[in-house]
Design a protein around this ligand. Structure first.
Ligand SMILES: O=C(CO)COP(=O)(O)O
Length: 214
């Protein structure tokens, strides 16, 4: 299972969490990675943890102001990027452009979507993975795998129907090893989570718990 920890703009210490993710990764067969804010990517990547961006823009080098360029994110040490997170939504053409920009920079891609219908559309753009995250469950601590298992199962089917090379992750409310196991049982290849680690009093203990059954 892939466990991707999105730090959003939570007031956490990105280096403390990066170090914990790196250390826990060494204790498990699961693959762990962290997605800090763009400004923290370089320092986080220097810890040796697998580092992702939270977003890249559908642009190239040139006359763009205030954008995040895929090549710069890769130069800073990221190996992948989220695209179209529910808190950073893009138009369809821009999701396509961001996936193409990430490919150009050799970044792995996870296209996020709210529901199975959008998962099918996201998978059609040829990312490495898609992630289904019902927005109403994000940050609630109620795991999507428990509150709405059907949405996860339908997302797996929707992606398979379009392109079975595209992996499916799920997210929203995931915070325990039990939630990760439930996501695995529903046919996903990983989880995308944030508050369960970024807001934890002890992020290392939260990460240990997440991978404990894997
Ligand atoms: O948006 C998410 C991960 O990208 C999910 O957030 P929570 O894990 O805080 O529900």
């Amino acid at each position: 299972m892939f466990v991707l920890v999105n730090l959003k703009t939570y007031p956490c210490d990105p280096l403390e969490i990066a170090t914990a993710v790196r250390d826990v990764d060494e204790t498990t067969d699961a693959r762990l990675a962290v997605a800090p804010q763009a400004i923290h990517i370089e320092r986080v990547a220097e810890t040796g943890v697998e580092t992702w961006a939270q977003h890249v823009d559908p642009i190239e080098h040139g006359s763009n102001t205030g954008h995040t360029l895929a090549e710069s994110v890769a130069d800073a040490g990221a190996v992948g990027t989220l695209v179209n997170h529910s808190e950073r939504r893009l138009k369809l053409a821009d999701i396509d452009g961001a996936v193409r920009a990430a490919e150009r920079a050799d970044l792995e891609t996870v296209v996020c979507a709210n529901n199975p219908e959008q998962i099918g559309a996201g998978a059609a753009l040829g990312p490495d993975a898609v992630a289904v995250e019902p927005p109403e469950l994000i940050g609630t601590g109620t795991p999507v795998s428990q509150a709405d298992p059907g949405v996860v199962e339908n997302a797996v089917v929707a992606a398979e129907n379009v392109d079975d090379d595209v992996s499916v992750l799920c997210g929203a409310g995931i915070s325990t090893g039990e939630d990760v196991t439930a996501a695995d049982d529903l046919g996903t290849e990983g989880v995308l989570l944030a508050s369960g680690v970024a807001k934890a009093d002890n992020p290392r203990a939260a990460l240990d718990d997440l991978v404990e059954p894997l």
